[in-house]
Design a protein around this ligand. Structure first.
Ligand code: ADP
Length: 792
């Protein structure tokens, strides 16, 4: 079998992290065990339980000796008084900590030393639960009588439970012994859930994916936070009685929300309605209960039974819907989550058993909540496995889709090559006929061939451009350009088209706009060509007005307004929206059935303008005409006024595409297709230079060894040594050709990045097939040595 790449997958990485997590957990567990063990006294604690020796005096004056925990049977707003004689070893830094749900004040020798009022909080609402309050002692209190006055207050909750006396660390450790395991597990789960949230939120943002696991981690985080807030350890360290009590209740009210969101997302919103109902109930509950609590109408703790019942309902909904989806919809995608849920259920069951048992015979250490926490660790573990599996699968799918797109664009590049090569031959040969034939009807046929060939070529170009834009490969390449020459080329091109239809071209171009800009000249030209050609196409008679205006300059950036207004068939109101928002729209098909088109032009124009930060706008009146316009921001390089676009001669005479002769120039053309060689030879004829041709890279190398050339036109894709490798060979250290010889790539490959590809490989320039005579002229002019150019 093929051995696949051994690099660890994301799954392996997470598994490794989980293993480290498990071992760290075991180590922590052992450390906690050591702390909890009363035989190992690491911290030299000095604290003990102070539950004996209390005397209670009731409001009616009766006194009795009592041991804590004690339930004080007093009415609202009555008080009970507790007495004790403090031990003789009381010293500074010691505390008497009482665990109570009541308000109290303490005094020694008639002087108040502490006052705790659980009906008065610095946050809205009241304290609503039993808390542990450490009261600082002084060495002068040793052996003295302490009086504790207990009032019922507004909230009658339980009793005075346990008192501890000792230093703070001692009391803390005593509490740790009772609560350490839950506390440590909750902290570990908090850390784990925060880590999960951070890692997967990053993945979610990076891959732009839905990651339900984040909700689950948030839910677990909320539960653990509640456990921590609720623990006496938190209270003794932070003493935020009001804060932790209320936040605890808020958390209990809302803690099912992230779980509902998790299962909703996990089941791909198939049961969204049901989940949404219960999510709304939670939000309403939260708002109502909090308002009632804050305004003092009804305390949170009085709604606890309702909140707990609702929690059971939410759990029922989650289990019911998920199970239904598993069984009825045969959704077996998330097996791991089901395993996790089973784990949680089993441990919750243990928790209930332990709770029932410990209610009968209290256990030495409190293990309440321990099993549920373990269940949650299991659920989180399996939910992570599930999420990783899903993400891996999605990544695989994206990879497949990407390679499919790559295959598509390779295919398009190939197709372009294959189609452009024969068009090159057709158009090139046709150009020969047009140049050499004197017969009127033959020239007529040739003109028709030229028209058909050009529209076939523009069709191929449109398809290529569209697929480039679609696959995000269309780059806006900014260069320095002259607006005058851009507009001139454009006008020359569209003018010949319009002449055949007797359309008038009105130029409304501001001659004072700056002359030199920095932008993508090619794409701006393409956009305007598309709009102008459409206007010519869809205007049976009348005129087309091209407007170019300056709409303001800020710093060195100008807002140029371009508009092409025609007196053509116009577009119906209802079609304007379609045309501006969807792809490949051809409107009014009935009326336009004689006009050829694909619906690609406007789509490409819109997208190119978007890429350049502009937007195509359309005003049109059906039957009267259309106005396509846009505002384009361009960087100005020279503010000098552009001047008149058309010179007098350009306004009248048709100029030949060749502008000079080069009788002394020596040119070599390399192409494996003989017809292409004939075409290039024919196109170079007017320049009267000496042209040598050969059909392969190998022949080219041989020829260069024996004679020197000013310019080499080199085809890229050739059997044997291709164009790029041939050039490498020619430019090797010993230098078959010198830097004096310019080499131009000749290619039918109109793929994006072609210019970069050829430049990086040492070419001096490149021309695409079919060769545009104007481009050929420009190319020869800039690459042939100055001394061989003879102006005509
Ligand atoms: P096509 O290849 O069909 O011309 P385009 O994307 O260039 O595709 O144009 C889409 C449609 O928009 C055309 O089919 C035509 O119905 C409409 N259209 C474009 N320009 C004009 C215009 N100047 N006047 C009227 N209709 C136009």
């Amino acid at each position: 079998m093929n051995k696949k790449n051994n690099a660890p997958t994301r799954f392996d990485n997470i598994l490794r992290t989980m293993i480290v997590f498990c071992f760290s957990f075991i180590i922590l567990y052992v450390i906690c065990g050591a702390i909890v063990s009363p035989d190992l006294d690491f911290f030299h604690e000095t604290a003990h339980i102070y539950n004996e020796d209390w005397v209670v005096e009731y409001p009616d004056g009766t006194k009795e000796t009592h041991k804590m925990p004690m339930s004080l049977d007093i009415n609202d707003d009555e008080m009970a008084i507790l007495y004790t004689v403090l031990p003789d070893d009381v010293e500074d830094g010691m505390y008497l900590a009482v665990n109570t749900g009541k308000s109290f004040s303490m005094s020694v020798d008639g002087e108040e030393i502490y006052n705790f009022n659980n009906t008065k909080s610095n946050l809205p609402g009241n304290i609503t639960k039993t808390v542990i309050v450490p009261v600082p002692l002084d060495e002068v209190y040793a052996d003295k009588q302490l009086t504790m006055t207990v009032t019922n207050g507004k909230y009658d909750r339980t009793s005075v439970n346990t008192a501890y006396i000792g230093n703070l660390m001692g009391i803390f450790l005593m509490l740790v012994r009772n609560f350490a395991l839950q506390f440590v597990m909750a902290i570990i789960l908090i850390l784990a859930s925060v880590t999960v949230i951070c890692i997967f939120a990053y993945i979610k943002k990076r891959d732009n994916r839905n990651v339900p696991l984040i909700y689950l981690a948030e839910g677990i985080f909320a539960i653990c936070l509640w456990i921590v807030f609720d623990s006496p350890l938190f209270q003794i360290v932070f003493r935020l009685y009001f804060f932790d009590g209320i936040t605890g209740f808020m958390l209990v009210t809302t803690m099912a929300l992230p779980f509902l969101l998790y299962f909703d997302a996990l089941l791909e919103n198939r049961h969204h309605k049901i989940f949404a109902i219960f999510e709304t109930i939670i939000v309403i509950n939260f708002i109502v209960l909090t308002m009632l609590h804050i305004t003092g109408i009804r305390s949170y703790d009085r709604a606890l039974i309702y909140v707990d019942l609702m929690l059971l309902v939410y759990i029922g909904v989650m289990i019911g819907v998920t199970f239904n989806d598993y069984v009825v919809n045969k959704n077996r995608d998330h097996r791991n989550v089901f395993i996790g849920l089973i784990g949680l259920s089993v441990f919750s069951f243990f928790e209930i058993i332990v709770t029932i048992l410990s209610a009968k015979t209290p256990l030495k250490i409190d293990i309440g909540g321990l099993f549920v926490l373990t269940g949650m660790i299991i659920l989180l573990f399996f939910a992570i496995l599930d999420q990783v599996k899903v993400l891996d699968r999605l990544q695989q799918e994206t990879q497949n889709a990407l390679s499919a797109t790559r295959a598509k664009s390779d295919f398009l590049a190939n197709m372009s090559h294959e189609i452009r090569t024969p068009i090159n031959a057709v158009l090139g040969m046709n150009e020969m006929i047009l140049r050499e034939s004197e017969e009127e009807n033959v020239r007529g046929y040739a003109n028709n061939i030229a028209d058909a060939g050009k529209s076939l070529l523009s069709l191929v170009n449109d398809i290529l451009d569209f697929s480039k834009i679609e696959s995000g490969k269309m780059d806006i390449v900014c260069v320095e350009y002259q607006m005058k020459s851009l507009l001139r080329d454009l006008i020359m091109m569209v003018r010949s088209r319009m002449a055949s239809k007797n359309l008038e071209l009105i130029l409304n171009i501001d001659e004072n706009i700056p002359s030199v800009y920095f932008g993508d000249e090619v794409r701006i030209k393409q956009v305007l060509t598309n709009i102008l050609t459409n206007s010519a196409k869809y205007t049976p008679s009348g005129s087309i007005t091209l407007t170019v205006e300056n709409r303001g300059i800020v710093n060195d950036e100008i807002e140029l307004y371009f508009s092409v207004k025609d007196t053509g068939i116009g577009i119906k109101k209802e079609d304007i929206d379609k045309l501006m928002n969807s792809s490949f729209i051809r409107v009014d098909q009935e009326k336009n059935r004689n006009i050829e088109g694909t619906g690609l032009g406007v789509t490409i124009t819109r997208q190119l303008l978007n890429l350049m930060g502009s937007k195509l706008e359309l005003d049109s009146e059906y039957g009267k005409g259309s106005n396509f316009h846009f505002i384009l921001k361009q960087k100005v390089l020279d503010e000098k006024a552009m001047g008149s676009v058309m010179s007098k001669s350009e306004k009248t005479a048709k100029k030949e595409s060749w502008t000079f002769r080069a009788t002394k120039a020596r040119i070599l053309a390399v192409d494996d297709t003989r017809t292409n060689l004939l075409v290039i030879k024919g196109l170079l004829k007017p320049y009267q230079c000496s042209v040598t041709t050969c059909e392969s890279g190998e022949q080219c190398i041989e020829l260069c060894k024996n004679s020197g050339y000013d310019l080499i036109f080199m085809d890229h894709m050739m059997p044997g040594i291709n164009g790029i490798d041939t050039l490498k060979e020619l430019r090797k250290d010993d230098g078959i050709i010198s830097s004096y010889t310019k080499v131009i790539a000749l290619t039918a490959n109109a793929i994006s990045g072609a210019a970069d590809l050829y430049r990086e490989n040492g070419f001096d320039g490149y021309l695409t097939k079919p060769i545009d005579t104007k481009e050929l002229d420009d190319c020869l002019k800039s690459h042939l040595p100055k001394e061989v150019i003879e102006e005509i």
